[in-house]
Design a protein around this ligand. Sequence first.
Ligand code: FSX
Ligand code: SF4
Ligand code: F3S
Length: 383
Amino acid sequence: MKERMNSLWTLFQERKLSRRTFVKSCVALTAVLGLPPTMLDTVVKAAETKELPTVVWLHGHECTGCDESFIRSTSPFASDVILNMIALEYDDTLAAASGEPLEHHLKEIVANKSGKYILAVEGGVPLDENGVYCSVGGRPFVEVLKECAAGASAIIEYGSCAAWGGIQAAKPNPTNTVSVSSVVSGVPIIKVPGCPPIPEVMTGVIMHYALFGEIPPLDIQGRPKQFYGNRIHDTCYRRAFFDSGLFVEKFDDDASKAGWCLYKVGCRGPETYNSCGNLRWWNGLSYPIQSGHGCIGCSEKDFWDNDNFYKRLPDIPMANTITNADTVGTIAGFAATGAVVAHGALTLAKNKYEDLKEEKRLKEAGLWNETMNKNNHHDGGND
Ligand code: FSX
Ligand code: SF4
Ligand code: F3S
């Protein structure tokens, strides 16, 4: 594989690509990184001056779906990331080389580039029987992982297996599989969960590090905020149906065909943090909910131990506080049969929701006082 490269701009120049093409690429990168357009200058500057990073990519206990996802990234194309924007020195599933020469190369990189490479890891880490349940190059994966982690400048846990343990850690977890961060520490660790993660999130995280030389801002669980700051429920295009109490009761009913909310058939969108609602999959084509199936929470810890993916989550509050999914469902049922009173009830629910949102906004801005409570809340049912 290649020697370490210079900056992204140097690469463009070497390939005789125009400045215009370079800036256009930076615009695309700014969007992928979840940065506002005002940050374009910063991205251009970083792309001109930052050394592109060396990456070592390991696979543990997993299905390789994360690699499959990564190579389908369209913005930027994974091929661009691999060939142009990083020096991918080791990846046992994507490398052309294999066997002893490849393992020897890994040893050299770890020895010669200590402190200067990013370690990307897919898969959980089985610990029982000295880790023998997952071996790479004839050695337990846990050993390889610890060696590579010792010289890494940062570690990216790609996928729910690396981040949380994954399917193989499902009860009773016969191999005692754990997350990567359960066995290594001492360097910044970024969790990029999802089974698998969204391709553009995978490339976005690595490009953030490539351009800025630091890990992106993380939430309390160690996930990049720009991609895991919202629940699926917050950006779901079916949310208006949830708020109006219009639910699918079972798959293939008329509500399902009409595309109503999947909450009652088990959707985990209200407690799952990921970017599927914004970015979607296959170059923005679709995501599970758009395909008619509820979110199973694949980016959340222990999602694999949910006893039943089709059982409704308990007690998710409706947007308004005067009702719950059952009673709103009843109101919606009346609405469907044309009962006039339902319109008033739904309007009241909507008004209450708007009021509470406004109250929250004013409180956050420090502009709220209790006299507003009386004035702000609607007390009637009709508009
Ligand atoms: Fe796990 Fe990734 Fe799920 Fe599979 O590498 S996150 S089982 S899609 O492949 O680790
Ligand atoms: Fe969308 Fe699921 Fe929330 Fe319904 S419960 S709005 S389908 S995320
Ligand atoms: Fe996973 Fe839910 Fe997205 S199941 S792919 S987090 S919609």
